[in-house]
Unconditional design. Sequence first.
Length: 93
Amino acid sequence: MLEKALWVRRTRIGRFDLQIGPRLLAFTSETFILSFSLPNVHFHAVTAYDILRTRGVPLGKRDFEGQLRTRPARSPPYEAHQMRAQTSLTAAR
């Protein structure tokens, strides 16, 4: 099995170098998360999902998305609700 040398060296606060085999990658915390970590997590999640689907596991979009983080829904302001009711009555005539 091919082993890759991996090491991290902190250069300054919020900045570090990541050595993967012969490649030296310089990151800030933000660029590491946005351009390295998230795409890798997404790739592996999609690949696992695809493999499971091809083997007949009954997975759907909601299984892939996981639990949605939503806020409590608010009812529209009274005036907007009244305007909508009037518009629908006018359109019905």
